[in-house]
Structure formats: structure tokens, C-alpha cells
Design a protein around this ligand. Structure first.
Ligand code: SF4
Length: 359
């Protein structure tokens, strides 16, 4: 069964695979970067990030020497900024623990910061030819349908079965190639909604198709509930030349966007308004009792992250002079025309864009 399956998949791949830059290399560094980027974004958008990243840091040594702020800036727009920080930490670990040489063994790869079973398997199989299966979302969907596996796939028996199926396939050929073939098949042919069963070369053998289970598989796993958060930004600004200068602060602590920059923030338990906000101790602390003008209407926007809904509200406060703000302890002044000086979450970029559109 496997020989026939592999032969069909390989022929399909030759005819249908996309021309992707990371398919042309076996450099573990490049494969690692591509895998982490692809965990964050679609392939078409990921290509540009991948190329920019490798242009700036072509190897482990150059990445290990980068500043965190530069890496976050490069990552801007991809989200999950801990992944970018982990890339930097892992590059440093490879320099110090492995003399700058990527470890081959999946177990050793998994000891590096941010490299989990999936990424370790991708690097070990594609760069070093280790016979380990990469079980990503595409592979899960394809194999669960092909074998008619109607169990939850993230734990217990379903997970074990699925890994067994994937492993038995990569044992029988070039593991790096077969992993990519299965991922590509799931991404292009056996897609989540409306898979292309009527032109599928595996239609005859596919259990889900024979048993009319395609729409039910893979068994959906209940998603973690999203949490609502209320972010009130005090956009403290001072007119300057042809624009504004803003106060920005670096986010610290173990939360979203660590190391990125944003405007002074007051987080509240519920939605609030300016009247209530301006009565708080935090508000007084941030504005230092200085005179300001509240400009225009607040800008409200809902920003959705994987497990969080951010209800953000931006209040533009115009000060005559921001001289009372000390540029220290992660507080800086950012010119409106130079947002590229700092890594900014997408939410902050959305606000800056709305401000630009108003003018
Ligand atoms: S027949 Fe349909 S469900 Fe089965 S592997 Fe092909 S595309 Fe996927």
C-alpha cells in the first residue's frame, strides 16, 4: 500500500508543487527560518519575509549577532513576536553550545529555544535526511481523511495513529522530500473546505471519500476560548515640523508583543470612556499633570489575536511640549514620519495609518 501511495504522491508532486525558495536548499538555517515564518503566515506573504530575513542575516553567526529590536522589526506584521525572540536566542545557543554548527539530531534540535517537535522534524528530515515525519496541519488533514481516522488528532490514540501513518510513509523513501510532498498535497489538493476529490489521484484508495466522511474529517478539536482585553492608549503627541512626535514605550513582562513599542497604555477590565480614564492614578502618572488638548474623536478598533480579542481605543492628546517626558527606562520619542525606527505591533500601525488618512 505504501509503495503505491508514495509513487502516486511523488508523481503528483512533480506536476503540482509550487516553486518556493526554501525548496531549493538543504541549508538547515534557511529551512528553519522558512518553517518558523510559515507557522505565522501564508506562503505568498512568507516568501517576502523569508527573502528579507536571509538577505539581512544569511547565516547563524550573523543572526546571533543581531539586536533583538532589529529582529522584531523584521518580524513586524507576522505576529507572535516570541517566535522572533526565540529565533535570536536559538541562534545564540547554536553559536555557544554547538560552535555555530546546526545540530542534526532531532532530540538536540528540540533543546534549542522555540524548536518544537514539528520544526525539529522538518529540519532533521529536509536538511539531514533523518527519517522523522513532519506532522503539520496539512499532513494531519490529508492522512486523517486518506486513512479515515475519526479520532481527535492532538492527543492520545488519534495522535499516535496519525504519527504512525506518517512515519511509515517517510520510512520508505527520502524523508525530506516525502514530508514536503505530504505537506504540499494537504495544502493544495486535500484542502480544508472543498478538497479536490474529483481530480484526486488517491480517490480510489481514500477511505473518507469511499465512506462519505470527507466533510467530517479531520475531527475538529475544540478551540481554546478567546479572552477579551480593553486597551486604552494615550497617544501623547507634540506638533513637530510637518507631523507629530509621539511618546512610545517598550512592552516588558511576559505578555503579548514583548519587546515591541506602543503608546502609553492603560488596560482596564471593561470598556471605558475618557472621563473615567482621566480619573485614574495611572492617567495622572502618565500625563504628569501637564496641560493637553484632547484632539478629535477616539479611534476605536477591535484587533483579533489567536486567543485574545483586543478592544483598543486611542485618545490623541496634544501637548505643547513633551519636554517633561524623560527618554529613559524604555520610553522614547518617535517621529510620526519615522515609524520604522521602532518595531510596532500591527495594531499600532493600523492607528498610525488611520491618523495619516485623516490628514
Ligand atoms: S480523495 Fe479527497 S479527501 Fe481523499 S485524499 Fe483526495 S482530496 Fe483528500
Amino acid at each position: 500500500m505504501n509503495d503505491e501511495l508514495i509513487a502516486i504522491l511523488n508523481s503528483w508532486f512533480v506536476l503540482n508543487q509550487r516553486d518556493l525558495p526554501w525548496r531549493k536548499t538543504t541549508d538547515p538555517y534557511a529551512i528553519w527560518i522558512s518553517e518558523v515564518i510559515l507557522q505565522q503566515t501564508r506562503v505568498d506573504q512568507g516568501i517576502a519575509y523569508y527573502q528579507r530575513f536571509l538577505e539581512q542575516w544569511p547565516d547563524i553567526a550573523s543572526l546571533a549577532a543581531a539586536r533583538e529590536q532589529e529582529v522584531l522589526k523584521m518580524w513586524q506584521g507576522l505576529g507572535y513576536y516570541s517566535r522572533a525572540r526565540n529565533l535570536l536566542t536559538a541562534a545564540k545557543q547554536i553559536m555557544s553550545l554547538h560552535k555555530g554548527v546546526f545540530p542534526e539530531d532531532p532530540g538536540k534540535l528540540r533543546q534549542l529555544k522555540g524548536i518544537g517537535p514539528y520544526t525539529a522534524a522538518a529540519i532533521a528530515s529536509i536538511a539531514f535526511g533523518h527519517h522523522v515525519a513532519v506532522v503539520d496541519g496539512n499532513v494531519k488533514r490529508f492522512l486523517s481523511r486518506f486513512y479515515g481516522l475519526d479520532l481527535a488528532l492532538d492527543r492520545g490514540e488519534g495522535k499516535r495513529q496519525l504519527e504512525k501513518y506518517a512515519q511509515s510513509i517517510v520510512e520508505n523513501g527520502h524523508p525530506g522530500l516525502l514530508n514536503q510532498v505530504m505537506m504540499e498535497f494537504g495544502a493544495l489538493q486535500c484542502v480544508p473546505r472543498n478538497p479536490l476529490c474529483n481530480k484526486c489521484p488517491l480517490a480510489e484508495q481514500c477511505v473518507a471519500l469511499r465512506q462519505n466522511l470527507v466533510q467530517q474529517l479531520p475531527v475538529s478539536i475544540r478551540k481554546k476560548a478567546s479572552r477579551n482585553r480593553y486597551f486604552n492608549y494615550l497617544v501623547m503627541a507634540q506638533p513637530h515640523d510637518d507631523g507629530l512626535v509621539f511618546v512610545v514605550r517598550k512592552r516588558i513582562g511576559n505578555d503579548i508583543w514583548k519587546g515591541m513599542f506602543e503608546f502609553p497604555l492603560i488596560e482596564t477590565a471593561n470598556e471605558t470612556d475618557f472621563g473615567q480614564l482621566s480619573q485614574t492614578v495611572e492617567f495622572d502618572k502618565i500625563t504628569a499633570g501637564q496641560h493637553f488638548l484632547l484632539s478629535g474623536q477616539p479611534f476605536r478598533i477591535r484587533h483579533i489575536l489567536t486567543h485574545q480579542n483586543i478592544f483598543a481605543c486611542f485618545y490623541l492628546l496634544i501637548f505643547d511640549h513633551l519636554g517633561f517626558v524623560e527618554e529613559k527606562n524604555n520610553v522614547f520619542l518617535m517621529n510620526q514620519n519615522r515609524p520604522d525606527d521602532y518595531p510596532l505591533p500591527r495594531l499600532i500601525m493600523k492607528y498610525l495609518l488611520s491618523l495619516e488618512n485623516q490628514n
